[in-house]
Design a protein around this ligand. Structure first.
Ligand SMILES: Nc1ncnc2c1ncn2[C@@H]1O[C@H](COP(=O)(O)OP(=O)(O)OP(=O)(O)O)[C@@H](O)[C@H]1O
Ligand SMILES: [Mg+2]
Length: 217
């Protein structure tokens, strides 16, 4: 049994009278601990694919099989999959401005029922890990774009996911911060986390076991 099977995924969007076909029977099998980088031109469906893998969007046809189970089956606990199995770093970070960096990072664990003290402790650990120990109490709008993205990475790691999906996590970052994020990902990989990352930065693709190129249909 493979860790993750992405089977024959097709997805189109309907917009007034047009149907935009974005993915056409996309298939990929990923083993535990592998790292995969996804590249392709703007509009080729990279974010769409990541959302489907993360169970945030449904394909028209095709299945996502996670450890032998189809996540789109009625009986599959998809909320738990989204919350606990998968960590998601979005192309746009969606941090909550009313909360501090620390609270944003701790949020997924609190939602999952972890006691506050424990969640905050782990959130501190993760913010330290992404180099933000001096920014615990800043709100997202008081952070630079790169700092916001690092908070988003810390948040994605909060529930210790087995699968990390990162959609251009370094898009806003300078070279030094990009390197920091890549180091964190390398460490996660060595701990057995499976990583799928989208990037436009060709230089970063060499850090991954496999590279997938999406074409514009
Ligand atoms: N909700 C939607 N309704 C209609 N069309 C959509 C919708 N979401 C995405 N699209 C279209 O689907 C295509 C793929 O979008 P997607 O966001 O997956 O691309 P991408 O590869 O992530 O691009 P980028 O590199 O710019 O982030 C685009 O042409 C986009 O305009
Ligand atoms: Mg995208």
């Amino acid at each position: 049994m493979s860790f993750l099977e992405i089977l024959n995924i097709s997805k189109s969007y309907r917009k007034s009278n047009n149907i935009i076909q974005v993915l056409n029977s996309f298939t990929l099998t990923i083993e535990k601990g592998e790292s995969v980088v996804v590249v392709g031109p703007s509009g080729s469906g990279k974010s769409t694919l990541m959302h489907i893998i993360g169970g945030l969007d449904k394909p028209d046809t095709g299945n996502i099989i996670f450890k032998g189970e189809n996540i789109f089956n009625q009986s599959y606990p998809i909320d738990e999959y989204r919350n606990k199995k998968v960590g998601f770093v979005f192309q746009f970070h969606y941090l909550l401005n009313d909360f501090t960096a620390l609270e944003n990072v701790a949020m997924p664990a609190m939602i999952a029922g972890t006691p506050i003290n424990k969640a905050i402790k782990h959130a501190e650990f993760l913010l330290d890990k992404v180099g933000l120990s001096h920014r615990y109490h800043h709100h997202p709008n008081e952070l630079s774009g790169g700092e916001q993205q690092r908070v988003a990475v810390a948040r994605a790691l909060m529930n210790e996911p087995e699968l990390l999906l990162a959609d251009e996590p370094t898009g806003n970052l300078d070279g030094a911060n990009t390197l920091e994020i890549m180091k964190i990902f390398d460490k996660l990989k060595s701990e057995g986390v499976t990583i799928i990352m989208v990037t436009h930065d060709e230089k970063l693709t060499q850090n991954f076991d496999r590279k997938v190129v999406l074409e514009k249909l």
